[in-house]
Design a protein around this ligand. Sequence first.
Ligand code: COA
Length: 700
Amino acid sequence: MNAAVGCAKEVIGRVMIVTMDNPPVNALAAGMREALIDAVRQGGEDDGIDAIVVIGAGRNFIAGADIGRFGSARAVSTRDSAAVIEGSGKPVVAALDGYALGGGLEHALACHYRIATPRAKLGLPEINLGLIPAGGGTARLPRLVGTEAALDLILSGRHVGADEALAMGLVDRVIDTDDLRAAAVAVAVELSGKRPLRRLGAMEPAGTSAESAAAIAAAREKTRRISKFQPAPGLAIDCIEAALTEPFDACIERERRAFAELEASDVSKALRHAFAAERKAARIAGASGAAPEPVRSAAVIGAGTMGSGIAISFANAGIPVRVLENSAEALERGLARIANDYAGRVRRGSLSQDEADRRLALIEGVTDYEDIADCDAVIEAVFERIDIKQAVFARLDAVMKPGALLLTNSSAIDIDVMAAATRRPGDVAGAHFFAPAQVMKLCETVRGEQSSMATIERAARMARDLGKVNVVVGSCDGFAANRSRAPLVSEAMILLEEGALPEQIDAVMTGFGYPMGPFAVSDLSGLDVSYDTRKRRAAQYPDFRKLPVPDRMVEMGRHGQKNGKGWYRYAEGSRTPIPDPEAHAIIAGVVRELGNTPRSFSDEDILQRLLFASINEACRILEEGKAARATDIDVMWLNGFGFPRHRGGLMFWGDTVGAEVIHARVSEWAGTHGKRWSPARLLAETAARRGRLCDIEGSI
Ligand code: COA
């Protein structure tokens, strides 16, 4: 434990103040619970003390257990320290500011009174880590706020603001103050003589009502799909249900057992890995450390699907954005698309009309480059053609104020080619969003040869301010994310040449946990899109592995959902894929022409062919210095491609199989299927030293 970490005591008048201190968010490090227990016991025994306040140092209460320490033994648990607080004979007041999460909120629940500033955010986010609250949360919370609200908080893991917390009874008072300590002392003095103390753990169980039974049944229904892959939601519901009828001690014991099972589970390990990987991705190697200036105004060039989505992302983050199109007609179409997106959200009830109007007002359409000259950042999202992009960058160079970020949303064209069209290549970088840009969480900040570190740091901050999960990558064809996924898609197509069917492959991938299989995704985005990319790549690379099956599908007019037939067929107005004998016949025709004898595949064959191909490519990407670390690849797959989070990410999953096994398979397939399977150097090295793929460090 470092010197600053701990729990400090101070006495003001007849009130003891216990301050939990572990910057930046006061996570419960080793020793802090013990120190809290000592302080509360000491306050209880001291005749000079009438009441105790528990507060966090800085601007947070406690963000929960130290995530890095899960899986290692704890001498004292939150269950223990919460019990000591609740059992105190003197009132204990929790003073909440900033984050009060997980074990932090559970300590607050054990206090006899809770006050919060308007800044406070309360929640039990354990479910996001494949866990349930284990400091009495599943037993105390329903006793305080009722079964329905407890189910909502524990199953969603969401943060609740102070006003909502007050309305649901989670806090007793909201106090708008800059001096929470003083306010908490005043409340503690007020409560000093008051008895009985409110001990949630001492309350009788409420008993089952029609309402609580309905809430439990609804929660089980809502979590049915996720429960196929994750045990935590089901166990959380069991605990909350038990809290209705069982004595507190039995509830605590049930919660303890469930938590122990979950903490050791592969699912929770994967989810904890995902959390840590996302934090790590935010660290940029070689960064100056100085906080980059935020982007306060932005411009987007091109109001097509991507441009509109990017503009919406800015408006959603409260950042004013100008959208530039060459013609008034194109601009009008783009603005209509944006308005339509907001109207859809209002219709579906996910946004109020007022909020939609407020966001729309942040988006301004322009047709003249002079009108965007003073923006802090500009993102080019025009048609993917080098000459058009270069012309845009030359124009931006001429008009944009000095220091503006010049960013491109290109998904394939070399950043350096665009930078070369300007006299300020240091200010140019990629900001690669994923469609639909207003929804998908991933943003790649692409570093060109000449992009300055200041540009990269600021572009990365911009992405984070837009609510994106940002990863810094190097410039190469497809950049890191799409490039690492391309082999998965190619192998899926090649499996068709060998006898597999789209629905079989999709079923394996949804069985693995993907929301949709690669063929259903291809139907959604349109088969014609990748058809053009393949033609371009085939012209560019002599070794390019042609994919005759999808080419034939497009040539036979099967474009996907947009015309009702692709890998599947679709009934009029429906998005449900239906296996289609006509598609099978086209595939069989190509298989015959290739002279292949169709064979059958096990689910494991299919999964390994698809994912090992991508793992091998990810190793090449790391080798070439196009990604900073293997865990960044996981972050990309989790946030850009719907890879099941409970599998941790591509490389984390690879480690559950083992680098040696993967390397052996890849080497074997290099013999049977050809050069595209040659093992990457880093895969071979990792296998040879029996290392973990997730430990591979790259560079950019
Ligand atoms: N344990 C250990 N470290 C934690 C932590 C925890 N519970 N919560 C946050 N941190 C660390 C982060 O790793 C990060 O460290 P770094 O700067 O070295 O990378 C730092 O605190 C700041 O967190 P970050 O997520 O970058 O800041 P934020 O303001 O975006 O979000 C939180 C803050 C608290 C909302 C977010 O970190 C979070 O959700 N934490 C997990 C809370 C949780 O699940 N608690 C229950 C555990 S059972």
